[in-house]
Design a protein around this ligand. Structure first.
Ligand code: T3D
Length: 270
């Protein structure tokens, strides 16, 4: 595992293990709340991971047992308000939106290990992730309207699609802390894992995905998001385009030949 470029004091720690890039929000003393340096580092780390061909799966998590991420750092928010700082009104477009887009559109799978509370934009971060593993002691809340704010970082787009319109409205209009087993029931969590097994389980799932057909995974991510807003004909056209792309991959040729020969194939991610 390499960590050379990101020492432990950084607000976002980036480490590589084979083709898995782990991006860890690292402000445990602030419940991994997002201040401007953290949002900037997270956005840049996600963009870099998205375009790095050596990275075939991203694992997002937070430091410490208490919080995954509690969203906007409200202490910073209060200070910016007091100072009349213009960054208050630019952070959604400058930070939260690019973070949400990078998570949703990167051409590789994203796993999230929710190691503690996920609140506000912290919860939003989990929604575009493909596999969402929650620690048994983790909890979640949309939080936004409790402090008189609308929903951001893609919450209004993802929540109805992940949990359905009725539950999404309920979660957004009546924010409250709910336990991990409720996340599982609602479809917010893919799996709930005992706290002391979360890191290992997340590493295992991420490694499995990193050893898979990356181009096909990217195509599936694209197709599913595309189909959420297009009609059937448009979605079928997009599927056809993506199938043509995957027909042309070395992984399709190799995996198909191995299937016919009843052999095992090692995906190369291209
Ligand atoms: O520019 C913009 O602001 C727009 C963007 C907005 C995006 C957003 O994310 S808005 C939503 C921001 N997040 C919240 O509103 C969450 C607020 N926090 C809570 O609802 C609760 O603290 C939790 C449900 C997350 C956890 O509850 P609990 O009972 O486990 O802990 P606690 O006692 O409430 O909090 C523990 C400490 O963390 C406490 O500090 P203290 O008193 O021990 O010094 C608390 O103030 C602090 N904390 C919790 N959330 C935040 C936070 N500090 C800074 N920012 C936070 N978001």
């Amino acid at each position: 595992m390499s960590e050379a470029a990101s020492p432990e004091q950084d607000v976002v720690v980036v480490t590589d293990s084979d083709a898995v890039r782990t991006i860890r929000i690292n402000r445990p003393e602030a419940m991994n709340a997002l201040d401007i340096p953290t949002k900037t580092a997270l956005r840049d780390a996600l963009r870099t991971a998205a375009t790095d061909p050596a990275v075939r799966c991203v694992l997002l998590t937070g430091t410490g047992p208490r919080a995954f991420c509690v969203g906007q750092d409200l202490r910073e928010h209060a200070a910016l308000m007091r100072a009349g700082d213009p960054r208050l009104s630019t952070t959604v477009e400058e930070h939260y939106n690019p973070i949400a887009l990078a998570l949703a559109t990167m051409p590789k799978p994203v796993v999230v290990a929710v190691n503690g509370v996920a609140a506000g934009a912290g919860l939003s971060l989990t929604l575009p992730c493909d596999i969402r593993l929650f620690a048994a002691s983790a909890s979640f809340t949309t939080a936004f309207t409790a402090i008189g704010l609308s929903a951001d970082t893609g919450a209004s787009w993802w929540l109805p699609r992940v949990v359905g319109l009725t539950a999404a409205k309920d979660l957004l209009l009546r924010p409250r802390s709910l336990p991990a087993d409720q996340a599982l029931e609602l479809g917010l969590a893919t799996e709930v894992v005992p706290d002391d097994e979360l890191a290992a389980r997340a590493a295992q799932v991420a490694a499995e995905l990193a050893a898979g057909p990356t181009v096909a995974y990217a195509a599936v991510r694209n197709a599913v998001v595309h189909a959420a807003t297009d009609d059937l004909a448009g979605s079928l056209a997009n599927e056809a385009r993506l199938m043509a792309e995957t027909f042309a991959t070395a992984d399709h040729a190799g995996a198909f030949a191995a299937f016919l020969a009843k052999q095992r194939y090692t995906f190369e991610g291209r």
